[in-house]
Design a protein. Structure first.
Length: 146
């Protein structure tokens, strides 16, 4: 699939609705959608709060929050990449690593893959990995009433 199918142009999102820059290390692999491992998100100094209709990821040191919402029964968060394109990332409590689709080209240096890492999908199939990359983005903040 082409990148334009996966990303949408940013529409009417104001600066005050976005977090500051965030970076997460992803394994670049043969997956269809980006997925953030909750364990890696928490290990990066964040607290995750899951609620019935969403929740948030809170950076403990600053208190800044990323909004979580539920899409097809999965907690996800909406991001804007440095190019201005958007991406929705699934937050997975059962994943051990973060993965990013190799077909979604993003800026940043591709680092060597961890040779000791073997990724297996929930259905038991092997997931390939071509390397690791720190993906930079800004995320949508939770809605707050004035």
């Amino acid at each position: 699939m082409s990148r334009s199918v996966r990303f949408q142009e940013v529409n009417n999102i104001s600066e005050k609705e976005l977090t500051g820059p965030v970076a997460l290390r992803f394994n670049i692999s043969s997956v269809q959608r980006p997925l953030a491992a909750a364990s890696k998100v928490a290990a990066s100094g964040n607290r995750i709060t899951l609620e019935g209709e969403g929740g948030f990821i809170e950076q403990v040191a600053t208190g800044e929050r990323i909004a979580l919402r539920i899409e097809r029964g999965v907690y996800v968060f909406d991001t804007i990449l440095p190019t201005g394109e958007t991406a929705t990332i699934a937050l997975d409590s059962g994943a051990g690593v973060c993965v990013w689709p190799e077909t979604w080209q993003v800026a940043g240096a591709l680092e060597a893959r961890d040779e000791s890492l073997q990724m297996i999908a929930a259905n038991g199939t092997q997931i390939s990995c071509i390397g690791q990359k720190d993906i930079l983005f800004r995320a949508r903040k939770p809605f707050t009433r004035p």
